[in-house]
Design a protein around this ligand. Sequence first.
Ligand SMILES: Cc1ncc(COP(=O)(O)O)c(C=O)c1O
Length: 360
Amino acid sequence: MKNYRPTWAEINFEAILHNLQVAKKQAPHKTIIPVIKANGYGHGAVKIMKYLFEKGYDYFAVSTLEEAIELRKVNAEIHILMMGPILPSDLALAFKYKIEITLYDSMIIEEVLSSSYDLICHVKVDTGMHRYGLTDESSIIQMILKLQNSKHIDLKGVYTHFATADQDEKFYRIQVERFHQIIQKLRVKPKMIHMSNSSSTLKYEKDVNDTTHVRYGISLYGLSLDNKHYDLMPAMKLKTKIITLKHLKSGECVGYGQTYCAHQDETIGILPIGYADGFLRRNKNGDVEIRHKRYPLVGNICMDACFVKVDETIKVGDVVTLFGGLITTDEVAKRNQTINYEIVTSISYRVPKKYVRRSS
Ligand SMILES: Cc1ncc(COP(=O)(O)O)c(C=O)c1O
């Protein structure tokens, strides 16, 4: 679809590649699976897959079957791990599109075993997250054996997922220990054993022996919840342009609810971006970047527009960066009382993406 508004998310491929190199440095003996669920955390799953495939990456993880099929339709060669739950009624689709599925409880395992489809599967072990995965150690080992003995199932992987890798090392270590107990008891080890997300890939994976792969999500995009950022490069900048200027007289107010009134004669830049683009009302009173300087947002964020108080140096057509530059995604997350994951995945379908090879 053609776009007519000067509002866009700039996605920097070079940053994504750089962030993979950061992971490779931290976990040199592991294969990295880029996690591109939720449309590549808002960065564009198909574009990123195509770019990384050119660079030699051929294994990707998503959450839903729709996301998996979308990737398969553009690339017949890649391996696609679907980490979310699959319904028994959709096993035929997983077979048809050669999607590697996650077996997250005993019911789905029985369905898979009694189905007639040749399926590539990963068993998910719940070591403490208590979301998806099997919990009881002896039944996990039995189930894995059953799957390994099945003629039509390729049990390719076993994995777990961490609840606290970015904040609580003690609980991370408890989960690792539970997972390792299970892996050690498997007589035949599956080809893939994986547990790390971004945070544990960067911090701990170097010292982990019996895993083969890591599932690298948020830090692929240059973000992290850890204080130490490992030289990551943010891959998304949300941008717009000053579309028009308003000159307010002292006492005149701006926007819905008239919540901001000029203290003196002031100039307000109108930005054609609002909460329907994923730039939420909580951004009220935050800053944006124009010509390498901070300027304050004023008034309420509208559905399609918002307001920035500027000075005489700012002109119609000036580029405004809402996050990803001087104003970091973390700053915006804090302002929104959330985490950076939510900021980038909330950018809506209305915002076109422009892919660049270098940061501007
Ligand atoms: C099962 C699983 N593995 C890996 C990831 C990647 O996590 P992160 O984005 O923290 O790297 C996710 C994302 O939530 C996930 O659900």
